[in-house]
Design a binder for this molecule. Structure first.
Ligand SMILES: [Zn+2]
Length: 59
């Protein structure tokens, strides 16, 4: 499973302009703690592109 280093994760934020929330790794996704968008990780690098984010989980 790809893993983002804590040092990198600490400086990454959600790329959505009105959000910029912190990100947490959940399995193979980075999840924004503010808006809940999910970003996939490809070859160890998160794909922080708003248009490619998965919407928040319905629950
Ligand atoms: Zn966000």
């Amino acid at each position: 499973m790809p893993s983002i280093s804590p040092e990198l994760l600490a400086i990454l934020v959600c790329p959505v302009t009105e959000c910029h929330g912190a990100l947490e790794q959940h399995d193979e996704r980075l999840v924004c703690v503010r808006c809940g968008r999910r970003y996939r990780i490809e070859e160890g690098w998160p794909v922080l592109i708003p248009e490619e984010a998965e919407p928040p989980e319905e629950s």
